[in-house]
Structure formats: structure tokens, C-alpha cells
Design a binder for this molecule. Structure first.
Ligand code: 5GP
Length: 252
């Protein structure tokens, strides 16, 4: 197999040039990072689980008409996605207070919010992805007013979809982060959901016990991260409980 061109390596994924123009191969690594990569570990099998889970969520979103970058899964760790021009924002939707919102506003974790609250962070690792307002976004030209309308609509549709899917398997969707990207169809540009949707970027709590089934398990040393993600996958029927989660040998 010809050596593929690496386009970008992030904390949890590597992007390679895809087989056709306008496509990218997204490779899910086992690396786990938290607190802007101050805490790091390799969790064997995490990449395999996130590849499957992101496929599951993106496919479901596509089925209800929420445009996203997913084309197809290629193998255990890789999926083919559309090339997008990433909007430099992390879009966070919160249904219950947790994490930085709880800290910032002094609201107990787990408090239900009066309605879903959408926040924007400027995507910049060196700055620690700071929270920004729509004023910053407009003034610095990161997204237009039309983009912001579209982003809000996408974020809330993703929230409704994910909340419902999770509720059906006894999991509370506390909050999540998405990223969006621009695609160009001739003179037309539109925004689609990109990056990944996985327990790395969501807070997922068991509805009955409150057990955390997301990256907070790693961030807060609450147990085995792979067990938590496997439980999410099992409940969603994404991977049977007994499916082997092995490290692949196939990397470029
Ligand atoms: P918080 O702002 O409370 O740290 O995070 C809110 C939600 O967004 C959580 O579900 C968290 O996992 C997700 N999130 C925020 N920033 C990032 C990030 O840089 N990477 C990932 N994977 N998720 C993030």
C-alpha cells in the first residue's frame, strides 16, 4: 500500500489525505489527553471504540437530515470523511451543569438547566480554547451571522438527536462539544458537522446510578476509561460485549 500523506495529527486523531479529492481518512488513536494535554495516557482500544461510536452517531444524524462529514468506515480505526474547512470554534451544548460551567458559575454539577445552553470556545490549544462571545466571533470574522444561525440550529438538532438516543439506553446527555466545517458546492457554501462525536467529547451519565461513562473517568481518575466507553457501545448495540478490541497492525 502506498504511503499516505499525513495532513494533520491532533491529540486523538490523525488525518490522512483521502483516496479521492475532497476526502480525508480520519484515524482514531488510543491516546487520551485532558487539561489541554497536561494529562496523557494510552488507553488501548479507545480509538476503535470512538471510530465505531462516531460512525454510529454521524450515520444517525445523516438519517434525520443533519449534514455531517461522515462517508464510511474503512476499518477498525479509520473512517472516510469529507474534507471541510473547519470553523475555529468548539460548540458546546449543555443540558445539565457540569465541568467548566459549574466552576465558572458556581452551579452544582448535575443541576438541570432551564433550557439547553450553547457556548462557543475559540479553538486554540495554546490558549486553552477560551470561551468567547458572538461579539468576538463576528468582530474577528471567525463566522458570519448566517453561519452562527446555522451553527445554532445544527447544535440544537444534534442535541435533540443525541439526547433521545442516549435516553433510550438509560444514559443522560449532560453536555457535548461539536465542531463544524464549511463545504463548497460550486458557488454555494454550507456548514456541516465534522470532527467526531464520541464519549471523548460528551458527558454521559447513567440515568439511575449517575455513573460517568465519558472522558471524565480519565480526567478525574474514576476507573477504567475503556470499560466506560465499552458500556456505552454495548448499550447502543454498536459493539457486542464480547467483540475483541484489539490494536490494529494497519497504520499507513
Ligand atoms: P467543559 O467546558 O465543561 O470542560 O466541557 C464541556 C463539554 O465539551 C464536555 O462534554 C467536554 O468533553 C467537551 N469538550 C470541551 N472542550 C473539549 C475539547 O477540547 N476536546 C474534547 N474532546 N471535548 C471537549
Amino acid at each position: 500500500m502506498a504511503r499516505r500523506k499525513k495532513i494533520y495529527e491532533g491529540k486523538a486523531k490523525i488525518l490522512y489525505e483521502g483516496p479521492e479529492p475532497g476526502t480525508i481518512v480520519q484515524y482514531f488513536k488510543d491516546d487520551a489527553t485532558a487539561f489541554n494535554a497536561e494529562k496523557k495516557a494510552v488507553i488501548e482500544g479507545k480509538g476503535v471504540l470512538n471510530n465505531r461510536l462516531s460512525e454510529f452517531f454521524m450515520t444517525g444524524l445523516g438519517q434525520i437530515g443533519v449534514p455531517n462529514h461522515f462517508i464510511k468506515r474503512l476499518n477498525m480505526r479509520e473512517q472516510l470523511v469529507r474534507t471541510v474547512e473547519i470553523v475555529p470554534l468548539e460548540i458546546i451544548v449543555r443540558n445539565y451543569a457540569a465541568g467548566t460551567m459549574s466552576k465558572r458559575l458556581g452551579i452544582d454539577e448535575g443541576t438541570q438547566l432551564p433550557r439547553p445552553i450553547v457556548e462557543y470556545c475559540y479553538k486554540d490549544d495554546a490558549l486553552g480554547d477560551p470561551l468567547v462571545t458572538e461579539e468576538h466571533i463576528a468582530a474577528f470574522g471567525w463566522a458570519s451571522q448566517q453561519d452562527m444561525d446555522d451553527i445554532l440550529s445544527l447544535a440544537l438538532r444534534v442535541n435533540d438527536f443525541l439526547s433521545g438516543v442516549m435516553l433510550a439506553v438509560g444514559i443522560r446527555l449532560v453536555d457535548f462539544k461539536i465542531e463544524v466545517g464549511r463545504v463548497f458546492d460550486g458557488d454555494f457554501q454550507r456548514l456541516i458537522v465534522a470532527d467526531e462525536i464520541s464519549p471523548d467529547s460528551c458527558r454521559l451519565w447513567d440515568m439511575e446510578t449517575g455513573q460517568k461513562l465519558d472522558k471524565d473517568v480519565f480526567r478525574r481518575d474514576l476507573g477504567d476509561l475503556k470499560d466506560a466507553y465499552t458500556e456505552v457501545a454495548r448499550r447502543l448495540g454498536v459493539m457486542p460485549k464480547t467483540a475483541p478490541v484489539t490494536k490494529p497492525t494497519l497504520i499507513n
